[in-house]
Design a protein around this ligand. Structure first.
Ligand SMILES: [Zn+2]
Length: 383
C-alpha cells in the first residue's frame, strides 16, 4: 500500500480547485498544465514513469503519459484534464470547491471527468506495481472539450501505447463502443449587390444559397436511405442547417450569404469523403450562377467511433458492468485511440445528463462500482 499520495476525496478536491477550462474562444481558454503537473506528481510518487508531452505550439497545453510495468500489450486508462467553460449564474456552490450535498459531489468537471483520475489512483495505490506482467498506462489529455488537440497530437506522432484502452467519460457505468462522427461545414457564397428593381444589376447570393439548401436536402435524403444503424437512437446520418446570414436591405440584391451546417455520420462512413461530397454538390449547384464559393478554411471534425464487439476489452467491460455495450450521442477521444491500435471502450461513473451545465455532480454510489471495474480491468489485462 502506497501512502505517499492523498486519498480519493483530497485528490478530487485538489483537481476541482485547479481550473482547466478549454474553449475555442481564446479569451476564456485556460492552461491544463496545473492539472497535468498535479497528476504527474502523484503518479511519480506512486512509482510510475511520467512523461509530459507538448501539444502543438501552445506551451499552455500538454498531455501526460505515465507507465508502470514493461512489455507488449497492456492497458491504457485514459481521461481528459480539461472542462467546459461555466457561468457562475446557476451554480449553487463554488464550481471550483468540491461540495458534498445529499450523497452527491458537486464541482465543475467532477463527472466529466476529473473524478476518473482519483478513482484510478485509489486503485493503483492498492497494487504492488512489481506484480504487473504487462504495462499499465495512464493517459491524461488536453482540449477534449474544444479542439481535441491532445488526442490528435498523439495520432500525429503515431504514439502507440497499450493494446486496450478504457476512457472514463460519463456513461453512467455502461460500456460504450460506438458513437457518431461529426463535422461542421461553412459555405460562403459571394455574388454582387445591386438595385432590387433590376435583377440583372447583381448576382443574388441568397438565391444561390436557396438552391444549395434544396440540393443538400436531397443529398441528405439519399444518404439516409443508403446508411442506417439501428444501434443508434437516431439511426441515420444527419445534416442540420444551423445558421444562415446574408444581405442587409430589402431593396438591395443580396451580395453575400454564409451558411453553417452540422453533419453527424455513422461508424463506417468517412469524414473526408462526406466533406468532398458536400463541396462537390455545392459547386455543381452554383455552376452557371456567376457566384463564388468559399468553404471553411480550417476544417476539423471528429471521426465516428467503432470498436469490434468481440474484442477482449468489450467482452470484459460488458461482464464487469453487467450491461451490453451500446452507443452514446456525444463524441469522445475513442476514435483517436482506436486509430493508434488500441481497442477502446468508454465507460465511466458520471452521467452526461448533468455534465456541461451548472451544478454538475457525481453520485457517491458510483465510486465503488467504478473502482471495482478499474481494478478488475487492471487484473485482467496487466496481471
Ligand atoms: Zn468529457
Amino acid at each position: 500500500m502506497n501512502k505517499k499520495i492523498p486519498a480519493f476525496r483530497e485528490q478530487l478536491t485538489r483537481l476541482i480547485a485547479l481550473p482547466s477550462v478549454s474553449s475555442t474562444d481564446p479569451a476564456i481558454d485556460m492552461s491544463n498544465r496545473p492539472v497535468v503537473d498535479q497528476l504527474a506528481s502523484w503518479l511519480s510518487d506512486t512509482g510510475f514513469s511520467v512523461e509530459i508531452l507538448d501539444v502543438s505550439e501552445n506551451p499552455a497545453k500538454a498531455n501526460l503519459i505515465a507507465v508502470a510495468g514493461k512489455g507488449e500489450g497492456g492497458l491504457v486508462l485514459s481521461g481528459h484534464t480539461d472542462t467546459v467553460p461555466f457561468d457562475t449564474f446557476g451554480w449553487q456552490s463554488d464550481p471550483f470547491k468540491l461540495t458534498e450535498v445529499d450523497h452527491r459531489l458537486y464541482g465543475l468537471g467532477v463527472s466529466d471527468m476529473k473524478c476518473f483520475f482519483p478513482i484510478v489512483l485509489d486503485v493503483i495505490r492498492e497494487i504492488d506495481l512489481k506484480t504487473l506482467k504487462r504495462p499499465l498506462y495512464i493517459l491524461a489529455t488536453c482540449d477534449e472539450e474544444s479542439t481535441m488537440s491532445g488526442a490528435r497530437s498523439l495520432v500525429a506522432a503515431h504514439r502507440a501505447l497499450g493494446r486496450y484502452a478504457l476512457i472514463g467519460e460519463p456513461t453512467g457505468l455502461k460500456p460504450v463502443t460506438m458513437h457518431k462522427g461529426v463535422f461542421f461545414e461553412s459555405i460562403h457564397l459571394i455574388g454582387r449587390a445591386g438595385h432590387a428593381s433590376d435583377p440583372s444589376l447583381g448576382r443574388s447570393a441568397l438565391e444561390g444559397m436557396n438552391a444549395v439548401i434544396n440540393k443538400l436536402s436531397r443529398w441528405r435524403s439519399e444518404l439516409q436511405k443508403a446508411h442506417t444503424n439501428p444501434a443508434f437512437s437516431v439511426p441515420v446520418p444527419t445534416l442540420n442547417f444551423g445558421s444562415i446570414h446574408g444581405g442587409d436591405n430589402p431593396n438591395r440584391i443580396c451580395g453575400q450569404c454564409e451558411m453553417k451546417i452540422d453533419i453527424r455520420f455513422l461508424p463506417g462512413m468517412d469524414m473526408a469523403d462526406l466533406r468532398a461530397d458536400i463541396r462537390r454538390t455545392v459547386l455543381e449547384t452554383i455552376d452557371g450562377l456567376d457566384l463564388i464559393v468559399e468553404f471553411d478554411p480550417v476544417p476539423t471534425g471528429l471521426p465516428a467511433m467503432h470498436t469490434a464487439a468481440d474484442s477482449d476489452i468489450v467482452r470484459t467491460a460488458e461482464r464487469l458492468a453487467g450491461e451490453p455495450a451500446g452507443t452514446v450521442g456525444f463524441g469522445t477521444e475513442g476514435p483517436y485511440l482506436n486509430a493508434l491500435g488500441m481497442d477502446t471502450v468508454v465507460l465511466g461513473p458520471g452521467d452526461i445528463d448533468v455534465a456541461h451545465q451548472a451544478n454538475e455532480y457525481l453520485a457517491l454510489d458510483r465510486i465503488v462500482p467504478m473502482k471495482n471495474i478499474v481494478r478488475e480491468m487492471i487484473r485482467h489485462f496487466c496481471m
